[in-house]
Design a protein around this ligand. Structure first.
Ligand SMILES: *[C@@H]1O[C@H](CO)[C@@H](O)[C@H](O)[C@H]1NC(C)=O
Length: 313
């Protein structure tokens, strides 16, 4: 496909990985494999529980299941190759493999960002406008939220990748990370990339920062509303809110650091991109299955149904 990009003479990038020691790489292989298996199992468990359990058929859980689905996709873009790479001496990725990786990561990342906002709106309506909850958060609203998150993810990634794909890459092709990351790849282009760097800072960094600030403010308003109208249900509501805030902080925190200040501190970036690819997708399962009583009950029902199914004569 090189005819698409006449100025690019390199056909692949070299990834440096995390360590050059064979033993440490095997250790990373085992750790990352275990984490990835947990990500897939945990997020699948959430999706399956929400789809099959009637008790969880509410907007909040539908959004959560869709978030888990995005997590599953997000972590599957790069992590399987990263894991296989730990056992390879020379880690490479083709030019287009690298572009597709960045496109998909920002696609699912942007979608996830939008879903987190949708989840906050859902909780906001539930807490601050409880009487209108059923009429506002109806099936149609939910579908609109879901469609919007796919569209926003697509626009977000396309707006950056359109320019990145066209960059001339002619010389250096070594990426000091475990997968292709937008700031690191842009740095390799043999042309002035100042404008594109600004675009990435605005599109990924500032966007994350603004969303994060708005989300924190709206969760603070919800907390205050809850405290003022303390009722029976409020401790459950507070625990749901704290779960949401934890996920939001751990999702946006690394994103803001990677993309709002992307073109100077590489060692931090490397650490954060690991965090982003293996820790964040594991968060929803951990936070929601360990802390949420309804989710726990649903998983118990699901597992007894499954054992019942297999034990049935
Ligand atoms: C996403 O949400 C919709 C609710 O509108 C639901 O029908 C669907 O099953 C959810 N998707 C996943 C993967 O959970």
């Amino acid at each position: 496909m090189d005819f698409l990009n006449k100025n690019t003479s390199i056909s692949q990038f070299i990834l440096l990985g995390l360590s050059s020691s064979q033993k440490i790489q095997v250790l990373f292989f085992i750790i990352f494999l275990l984490v990835y298996v947990s990500i897939v199992a945990g997020n699948l468990l959430i999706v399956i529980s929400v789809i099959f359990d009637n008790h969880l058929h509410s907007p909040m859980y539908f959004l959560l299941a869709n978030l888990s689905f995005f997590d599953l996709c997000l972590s599957s873009v790069a992590t399987p190759k990263v894991i296989a790479d730990f056992l390879r001496k020379h880690k490479t990725i083709s030019f287009w493999g690298c572009m597709v990786q960045m496109f998909l990561m920002h696609f699912f990342g942007g979608g996830e960002m939008s879903l987190l906002i949708a989840m906050a709106i859902d909780r906001y309506v539930a807490i601050c406008k409880p009487l209108h909850y059923k009429s506002i958060m109806n099936h149609k609203t939910l579908i609109v939220f879901l469609l919007l998150s796919w569209v926003i993810g697509f626009v977000h990634t396309t707006s950056q990748m359109v320019f990145t794909v066209g960059l001339p890459f002619c010389g250096p092709n070594v990426i000091d990370s475990i997968f292709c990351d937008l700031p690191l790849v842009i740095k390799l282009a043999c042309t002035e990339t100042y404008i594109l760097e600004l675009l990435v800072i605005a599109d990924s960094g500032l966007l994350s920062l603004v969303c994060f600030i708005l989300l924190v403010i709206s969760y603070m308003i919800m907390f205050i509303t809850l405290v003022q109208h303390s009722s029976r249900a409020s401790s459950k509501a507070v625990s749901t809110l704290s779960a949401h805030i934890t996920v939001v902080t751990l999702f946006f925190g690394p994103a803001i650091f990677i993309y709002a200040f992307p073109f100077n501190s590489y060692s931090v970036d490397k650490f954060l991109s690991i965090f982003y690819s293996v820790i964040t997708p594991l968060l929803n399962p951990i936070i929601y299955t360990l802390r949420n009583q309804e989710m726990k009950a649903a998983i118990k029902r699901l597992s007894s149904q499954i054992t019942g199914f297999f034990l049935a004569p």
